[in-house]
Design a protein around this ligand. Structure first.
Ligand SMILES: Cc1cc2nc3c(=O)[nH]c(=O)nc-3n(C[C@H](O)[C@H](O)[C@H](O)COP(=O)(O)O)c2cc1C
Length: 242
């Protein structure tokens, strides 16, 4: 095994969901900033980066948000909370940024590949991310996918729910990078979806279409911060070779 894999193994093995944090131990908030910056490098659908990260740091804000996390100890004792937010509503802004970036890199696209890439962002991305309030366009997309898919492989997702799932998937990947990074920095984390997402949205003054993917508590673990031995379903029940 490569040296880097040994280090990675240790980080993955040692990451646990920690529910109680040490209030007095040293904690470097810059580790949170670095970890969010690493999280931003996570893979994400079409590189649309439809995510935002809100650091909850002040005593008052920590108290309010941990109350919204059902007063879980993982939130109440955390030295910092990070709210991972899925922003499907920002698709138009991100699409424009990506088109601008492609034009900066390629200039007027000449190669077939460059033309295809620009067309993907200029034409296909809006068709995918746009959905009307009545779901008509989403239904039409599903029908098109169904009929085209009869003869060849075809993507199947495109309605409003599919877009939501896709945006949350990317935000969750960022969350995992964040948690592994925090472990590498010597700190612990606990992801939480046991929270009042509506109240958190209001507290953060987020628009209606933004959605909280999860809240992550972080800090130095207390001695009794891990509640139980790690348990996983045996590998042969979940890993298959085809
Ligand atoms: C999406 C998601 C939501 C979770 N929500 C909570 C939560 O609200 N409270 C909590 O204590 N743990 C929560 N967890 C942590 C899981 O319970 C934990 O990851 C699982 O039991 C496996 O333990 P491990 O992380 O220590 O390996 C959540 C984990 C994920 C991925």
């Amino acid at each position: 095994m490569k040296e880097s894999a040994v280090v990675f193994d240790k980080i993955v093995e040692e990451r646990r969901s920690v529910r109680i944090y040490e209030g007095q131990a040293d904690f470097d908030p810059k580790a949170v900033q670095r970890s969010i910056e690493r999280a931003i490098l996570s893979p994400n659908s079409s590189n649309m980066q439809l995510w935002e990260f809100y650091r909850i740091r002040s005593e008052e804000a920590l108290e309010r948000v941990s109350w919204m996390c059902m007063n879980q100890k993982a939130a109440k004792t955390a030295r910092e909370l990070v709210v991972f937010v899925a922003r499907k509503d920002l698709w138009r802004r991100r699409q424009r940024a990506l088109v601008k970036e492609m034009k900066r890199v390629y200039g007027e696209p000449k190669t077939k590949g460059a033309k295809r890439a620009l067309n993907y962002y200029e034409s296909l991305i809006p068709k995918y991310y746009y959905n009307d309030p009545f779901g008509v366009w989403g239904f039409i997309k599903k029908c098109i996918f169904f009929f085209v898919g009869l003869n060849r492989p075809m993507v199947r997702h495109g309605n409003a729910t599919d877009v939501r799932i896709s945006v949350h998937k990317s935000a969750a990947l960022a969350a995992q990078t964040f948690m592994l990074s925090m472990k590498a920095e010597g700190y612990d984390t606990c992801p939480m979806e046991g929270m009042d997402s509506l109240r958190i949205k209001k507290f953060l003054k987020l628009p209606r279409k933004a959605e909280v993917t999860m809240v992550i508590g972080c800090g130095p673990a207390a001695g009794d911060g891990i509640y139980s031995e790690r348990f996983r379903i045996p590998n042969d029940e979940v890993i298959f070779e085809v």
